[in-house]
Design a protein around this ligand. Sequence first.
Ligand code: NAG
Ligand code: NAG
Length: 391
Amino acid sequence: MNWLLRLSFPSRKPGAVTSTRGRLFVYLALTAIVLLFSYQLVLNRESFSSDLRWAVGNGLKPPVDYVVPVPETPREGEQLQEQSDDMPLEPPEQQSEEEPVKQQETYPFREKELVLAAMSTSNMSWVEDHVPQWHPNIYRADVPPGEADLTVPANKGNEAMVFLTYIIDRYETLPSIVAFMHGGRYQWHNDNPLYDSVISMNDLQLDYVREAGYVNLRCSWVIGCPVELEPARYLRERPEDEGHPTALEFPDRFLELFPGEELPEVVGTACCSQFAVSREKIQERGVEHYIRYRQFLIDTKLGSEISGRIFEYVWHIMFGKPAQHCPDPRDCYCRTYGYCNMTEEELQKQWEWRGLALPEGWPDVDESAGLQKRGDLPSVEYWRKSTSRRI
Ligand SMILES: *[C@@H]1O[C@H](CO)[C@@H](O)[C@H](O)[C@H]1NC(C)=O
Ligand SMILES: *[C@@H]1O[C@H](CO)[C@@H](O)[C@H](O)[C@H]1NC(C)=O
């Protein structure tokens, strides 16, 4: 104990011998620290330079051409993953001409892609005509594999089968942002005065998608918010609710799809399965999970109206939002579409309920039927003004 005290306060003790011994200790300790420090510097420099070597010299290429990777060793897989953290969003201009060692398919790097769940008869010309800045992936769900550019392994589960198929097939080659939508241009649940997908895609705030990771394309709470399902209670009480088969099926199917995750008390999110997600958010789950979700859809005996609807109420959970995810609509319109500072009237007119389907021929409908024609809706002026975009 004594020597320790002396070491700490060498000069406070009088007496030549102890004082000298104490100083000796201090000098020795200082020398040791200096030696350790310089050794550490050497080590650091070593690891720094190996980082550099790793970054420029090991054959990994900047992300202009995505290559479906066939990792030879787990270590290579790790490196790909790590490097993707530092990837610039925009591809660099110049590329080396070196051929990739292994290459199955290449995709040009894209900032944003649109995934559309369509049928063989869907007229999809609106995509190319009006949202050319989004690279489209048009899946024909009712066409057998091989008979259209993009198809699904089984026409089950509605749009969920399409969305999961895209994620699985493109897991390693995802763009920075993916928007998932139904195929029709005009849909009753599209959240703008014309119910127009073109407006949604043109006005979507990409920075917000990057920041939030997952963004529902619908802000209105009508259908889905604040509470759509009560899975934990349904599991406990098994109530009779024949009118809501999704609510009855949801608890067991959720536990099957997300083993180990807690069954939520309340699930609430704006309806209708249209959303945008960042690549990082998708890749927070391994591809094997998406394969499992899709296999559930392929195997299930549930009808598509139920299995598809189950997914409608899990996408937001899958992509990291709380089970009850109902942002304030005013805030949501501002962040999602840039429609900020809306008046109460504008908020009311942003999305109006017209039933579960739009009138035939929308938006060019007959005024005599008591319906407003395209262009007559006051909110149209609002979003035109606020975004200075035209259809
Ligand atoms: C598809 O829709 C566009 C735009 O409404 C229209 O001009 C075109 O004739 C349609 N094509 C077919 C094959 O119906
Ligand atoms: C909304 O209002 C805030 C404060 O009142 C203002 O700073 C902002 O510029 C407005 N935004 C728009 C888009 O008008």
